[in-house]
Design a protein around this ligand. Structure first.
Ligand SMILES: Nc1ncnc2c1ncn2[C@@H]1O[C@H](COP(=O)(O)OP(=O)(O)OP(=O)(O)O)[C@@H](O)[C@H]1O
Length: 260
């Protein structure tokens, strides 16, 4: 079995502040790992560092055995960022955004092949957006835009998916659709790293959970049982675009970890 991601003592410092503090994380092929933690605990920074998008200030990280700077097989990884940032005035259609997921697979100077077109059509179908292919992405709802990002990753037919809060702020229908897509990926033996506040319908699919607290890994193993309670109505989730939470808004299972 090969190892998809392998971080050793990963440290990220931004503006002199330690955001990630010596994290060890290995993800083998076929694992489905959830990265959990409160707002600002460093989840997005961790996955961005795993991918080499966020440089480390200490430690090392490997993608399929190579440091990011020497990694060439980018088609093997499908990254779904937290939000689609469609710049104003960029009239990208749904199909164009999804087709951009094929770029890492295309040889330089080669025109789009029928395999590319088929993969894009299959990805659009999988997320239920075939009928919106020609529409501007900006005309879609937040949940639908999230599906476009998933479809972009699917179109690249990668080995590993890295999803940063795919269900945050999306409607129930899109959440169910994401759970179904993820279930299909897991069934096909794909590697998945999933950032989440709450697992909700994704919980049964996760084989392992990593919990971060203030940039440190405080748990690595079975998903904490309180995650289920955290997903119930009335939980203390705060949205990424909302103001920084007060210390007291840490979920109960993180506070329990701190006391332990
Ligand atoms: N580019 C940046 N510049 C300054 N601070 C940053 C930057 N990126 C992250 N941070 C800070 O690092 C900390 C961790 O952020 P990160 O987004 O990784 O956390 P998170 O656990 O994913 O949070 P959330 O659940 O709110 O998305 C936060 O305090 C954030 O403000």
């Amino acid at each position: 079995m090969s190892t998809a991601f392998d971080m050793t003592a990963g440290q990220v410092t931004i503006d002199g502040r330690k955001i990630l503090r010596g994290v060890d994380l290995t993800v083998d092929d076929g694992e489905v790992v959830a990265v959990l933690g409160a707002n600002g605990s460093g989840k997005s920074t961790l996955v961005r560092a795993l991918l080499g998008v966020q440089p480390l200030s200490g430690g090392t990280t490997l993608l399929y055995g190579r440091p990011p700077a020497r990694f060439r097989e980018w088609w093997r990884i499908g990254y779904v960022p937290q939000r689609l940032s469609v710049g104003g005035g960029v009239p990208a259609t749904v199909r164009e955004v999804v087709a951009s997921g094929r770029i890492a697979r295309q040889r330089r100077g080669r025109f789009t092949s029928s395999a590319d077109r088929q993969a894009v059509a299959a990805a659009l179908n999988e997320v239920g957006l075939s009928d919106r292919a020609g529409d501007p992405v900006s005309s879609l709802s937040g949940g639908q835009q999230q599906r476009v990002l998933i479809a972009r990753a699917l179109a690249g037919e990668p080995d590993a998916f890295v999803l940063d809060e795919p269900t945050a702020g999306v409607d129930a229908g899109s959440q169910q659709m994401l759970a179904q897509t993820l279930s299909d990926l897991v069934g096909r033996g794909k590697t998945v790293v999933l950032v989440a506040h709450e697992l909700g319908p994704l919980e049964p699919l996760v084989s392992r959970a990593v919990v971060l607290n203030q940039g440190c890994k405080v748990h690595d193993g079975a998903p904490p049982t309180a995650v289920g309670a955290h997903a119930l109505p009335g939980h203390d989730h705060v949205h990424p675009h909302e103001p920084e939470p007060a210390e007291s808004s840490l979920p109960s299972w993180v506070l329990a970890q701190e006391k332990a």
